[in-house]
Ligand binder design. Structure first.
Ligand code: FEO
Ligand code: CA
Ligand code: CA
Length: 654
C-alpha cells in the first residue's frame, strides 16, 4: 500500500450545503467512535481498523466475523471470496464503451429520442426533433427505473412495462445549436425531455428485447397535468400559481409500491428557477432549498416566466415531492404524495412491515438528511377503501448516535419543536418546509444521501452517501470525503416501522493509493449512488463520479476510471466490479425481470462535458463520447442497457 497522497476534491455547485443548522453531523458521530478506537489502539492502524470498530457495536458485526486484509473488497472481506458473486470481475476502463464480464452480453434499448411507440416520430441525429416530437419520444438522461411484469409465470419475464426517469437535460446536446440562446421553444423541448417514460417491451425468441405498440405507452413530462394529495393540497395558498399544468421535474431515483405503482422522485428542482430581477432575495426557506437568482444554469426564466422565481415564487413549491404514477392506467394523473415531504428526493424505496408501508428517501445535498415515511395501518385496507396508503402516515428523519444506535424523529405538527408557537402553522407548513422542520428536531447531517436499498434476506437498510465536503467533525471517517461510503442500519426487531435502529458502516469507497483506510483491492470505485438488491441478496452498487473529477489525478480519481457498477455480498463485505460505462456517463437505475435472467441498467449523460475529455459543442457533440450509436454525424445518447448471460442464467450468480 503506497503512502497516502492528498486529495483535493472539487464539488458540483449542487453539492454545496445549504444547511446552516447546528445539528450534529454523522461525521461527528463517527469521529467520536473513531477517536475512541484511536485512543485504544493509536495511530494509523486504528484509523484503518475503524470500519471493523464501528461495526462491532452493531448487530451486523455479530453476523459477520471480521476477515480484514487487502485485495478483496469491503471492510472485512479480504480473503473470503464469496459464492454469491459468481462472475469474473472486469477491470477499470477509460474507454468509450460499455463492458461486462465474460459470459455476458448487452443490448442497447430505448436511447434518448426513441419513439415510445413503433411508428412514432423518428430520432433526428442532429438534435432537431421538436418539442412535440420529443413528447412522444424517450426523454434524456435515464435514471431510476422499474420493470413491471405483464402476465404470469414465464410470460412475466418475457413482457412488461419498463418505466424510467429522465433526470435532467444537457442543453448543449439537446439542441442542434447548443444552449447559448434560450427560447420558449427550447424550454418546451427541455420540459418534454424530462419526466418519465413508460414503454411496453417484450423478449423475442432470439433473446433480444424490443419496444412494442401499447395502449400503456406514455410520457409524463414537465407539463403533464398532475394532482396533489395528502396534507398539502393544490388549493394551498403556497401552491397558487397561474401556471397549470405543472408536471414533474428532475426525476432522479425511483421506487415501486407493493400495489404496482411507480414512484418518481423530484431532486434538484431548484436548478430550474432563476431571475433577472436584481431586487429579488430568497426567503429563508428558498435559501434552505438552494433556490437562487442564477439557478442551475438552465436559464429557462429568460424565455418562460413560469421559472422566474421573482415573478412566480409559488411555482417552486410545486416541486420537491414524491410522485406516484400508475403504469397500468395511462389516463390517470400522476399524484404528488405530499405526506412524504418536500426536499431533494433522491429516491423512494418502499418496503413493508406488519402490513404497513415504509418508504425511505434520502435528501441529496451535502449535510442533509435521511427520511422514512411509515404508513398508518394496513396498506391493503387503505387500498380496499380507495385511499392511498401514502396519504396516511408519519414522516420521520434520522438521527445517528455515537454509540451505534439511532432513532427516527417525527416531523409532525404539534410535536417536539414543530409547534404553532414556534412558527409552524400546520402539517402542510411542516411538509412544505421539510428541511427546516428536520433542522428543528435535530436530525443528523449526512454526506449527500443518495439511494437506499432494503436487503430482502434480513430487512437491513443500506444508503449510499456519495461524497461530501466534510463537516467540522469530519462527516463519517473522512474530511473531506471525496469518495463516499455506504452506511447500513438494522431497525429494532427487524421491523422497518420501528423508531430506533443500530447502524454501522458497510464500506468506504475510494482508492487505497490515496487513502489507506480503503480496502477494495482491484475493485476501487468512488461516489456510490445507485443501489439495489436482487432477490438473492446481492447488493448492486452504481457510481456517479462527477465529470469534474472523473479520471482526474488532482482529485484522486485517476485510477478509478469511468463510472461503473459493482456487486457486493452483504455478509462478507466483498465487492466485485461487474461493468464499466462509457465516457462522461454515470450508471444509474437497476431492475430485473422476475426470473432475474434479464437485468436493465441505465447509462446517463454519456458525452457530457468532462475535465478529462473536454466539452461537446454544436460543431462536435461527440467530443467526449459517441456512445451508443458511434454515428459519425450523431451525438451521444443516454440509454437503457439490457444485460443477459450467454448461457441464460441468473445475473450475477455462479
Ligand atoms: Fe440525481 Fe443525487 O442523484
Ligand atoms: Ca443519483
Ligand atoms: Ca449522484
Amino acid at each position: 500500500m503506497s503512502a497516502q497522497r492528498p486529495v483535493f476534491p472539487e464539488f458540483d455547485p449542487d453539492d454545496v450545503s445549504s444547511n446552516s443548522s447546528a445539528n450534529r453531523t454523522f461525521g461527528e458521530v463517527v469521529e467520536t467512535r473513531m477517536s475512541r478506537r484511536a485512543a485504544l489502539k493509536g495511530g494509523t492502524a486504528a484509523a484503518a481498523g475503524f470500519l471493523v470498530a464501528a461495526s462491532a457495536a452493531s448487530p451486523a458485526a455479530a453476523r459477520t466475523p471480521a476477515g480484514g486484509g487487502a485485495g478483496g473488497g469491503g471492510w472485512e472481506s479480504g480473503h473470503r471470496p464469496t459464492r454469491l458473486l459468481g462472475f469474473t470481475g472486469v477491470p477499470t476502463s477509460t474507454d468509450d464503451d460499455f463492458k461486462v464480464p465474460d459470459g455476458y452480453q448487452i443490448q442497447v434499448l430505448i436511447p434518448w429520442g426513441t419513439p415510445i411507440r413503433p411508428g412514432g416520430p423518428r430520432w433526428r441525429e442532429d438534435g432537431s426533433n421538436s418539442a412535440d416530437e420529443q413528447a412522444e419520444q424517450i426523454g434524456m438522461n435515464h435514471d431510476g427505473m422499474h420493470f413491471f411484469p405483464l402476465g404470469a409465470g414465464r410470460e412475466s419475464s418475457r413482457r412488461g412495462l419498463l418505466v424510467l426517469n429522465h433526470e435532467y437535460v444537457d442543453q448543449s446536446l439537446l439542441f442542434p445549436d447548443g444552449a447559448d440562446e434560450i427560447t420558449a421553444e427550447k424550454v418546451a423541448k427541455a420540459l418534454a425531455a424530462h419526466g418519465v417514460s413508460i414503454v411496453e417491451i417484450e423478449k423475442r425468441r432470439n433473446g433480444e428485447w424490443r419496444v412494442v405498440d401499447s395502449r400503456r405507452a406514455r410520457r409524463v413530462t414537465g407539463t403533464t397535468p398532475v394532482e396533489f394529495s395528502g396534507p398539502v393540497q393544490l388549493g394551498h395558498p403556497s401552491l397558487a400559481s397561474e401556471n397549470d399544468p405543472m408536471g414533474t421535474l428532475n426525476n432522479c431515483s425511483s421506487g415501486a409500491t407493493p400495489w404496482g405503482t411507480y414512484l418518481t422522485c423530484e431532486e434538484n428542482w431548484n436548478n430550474y428557477f432563476g431571475t433577472e430581477d436584481e431586487s429579488w432575495e430568497p426567503t429563508p426557506s428558498q435559501a434552505r432549498y438552494g433556490v437562487s437568482a442564477t439557478g442551475g444554469g438552465y436559464r429557462w426564466h429568460e424565455a418562460e416566466p413560469r421559472f422566474d422565481i421573482a415573478a412566480n415564487p409559488n411555482e417552486a413549491n410545486r416541486f420537491g415531492w414524491i410522485v406516484e404514477i400508475d403504469p397500468e392506467k395511462p389516463r390517470s394523473a400522476p399524484v404528488k404524495r405530499t405526506a412524504l415531504g418536500r426536499f431533494k428526493h433522491e429516491g423512494c424505496t418502499v418496503t413493508e412491515s406488519r402490513g404497513r408501508v415504509v418508504a425511505y428517501s434520502g435528501d441529496d445535498q451535502d449535510g442533509d438528511y435521511i427520511y422514512k415515511f411509515v404508513g398508518e395501518g394496513s396498506w391493503r385496507v387503505h387500498r380496499a377503501l380507495g385511499r392511498s396508503p401514502l396519504d396516511h402516515g408519519t414522516l420521520y428523519v434520522a438521527r445517528f448516535e455515537d454509540d451505534g444506535s439511532g432513532s427516527w424523529l417525527p416531523l409532525t405538527h404539534g410535536t417536539g419543536a414543530l409547534t404553532t408557537a414556534n412558527g409552524w402553522a400546520d402539517q402542510a407548513d411542516v411538509l412544505l418546509r421539510t428541511r427546516e422542520a428536520a433542522d428543528a428536531v435535530g436530525a443528523t447531517k449526512m454526506d449527500r444521501p443518495e439511494w437506499i436499498a432494503v436487503n430482502p434476506k434480513n430487512q437491513d437498510v443500506y444508503c449510499t452517501l456519495t461524497n461530501g465536503s466534510g463537516w467540522d467533525n469530519a462527516v463519517n471517517p473522512r474530511k473531506p470525503n471525496p469518495y463516499g461510503h455506504i452506511v447500513r442500519w438494522t431497525e429494532t426487531g427487524r421491523d422497518n416501522t420501528a423508531l430506533t435502529f443500530e447502524w454501522d458502516i458497510f464500506l468506504l469507497a475510494g482508492d487505497q493509493e490515496y487513502d489507506d483506510r480503503v480496502d477494495l483491492g482491484a475493485n476501487i470505485f468512488g461516489s456510490p449512488d445507485g443501489l439495489g438488491f436482487d432477490r438473492e441478496g446481492r447488493l448492486w452498487i452504481q457510481t456517479d463520479v462527477s465529470n469534474s473529477v472523473q479520471n482526474s489525478p488532482s482529485a484522486g480519481y485517476d485510477n478509478i476510471g469511468n463510472n461503473q457498477m459493482l456487486a457486493g455480498d452483504p455478509r462478507t463485505g466483498e465487492v466485485r466490479r461487474f461493468l464499466t460505462g462509457p465516457r462522461g456517463a454515470e450508471i444509474s437505475g437497476i431492475t430485473f425481470t422476475p426470473d432475474h435472467k434479464t437485468m436493465f441498467v441505465n447509462v446517463q449523460h454519456p458525452g457530457e462535458s468532462t475535465g478529462a475529455w473536454g466539452t461537446p459543442t454544436p460543431e462536435n457533440p461527440r467530443a467526449v463520447s459517441n456512445w451508443p450509436d458511434f454515428d459519425p454525424t450523431g451525438r451521444p445518447r443516454s440509454a437503457t442497457v439490457v444485460i443477459r448471460r450467454t448461457d441464460g442464467g441468473v445475473i450475477g450468480a455462479a
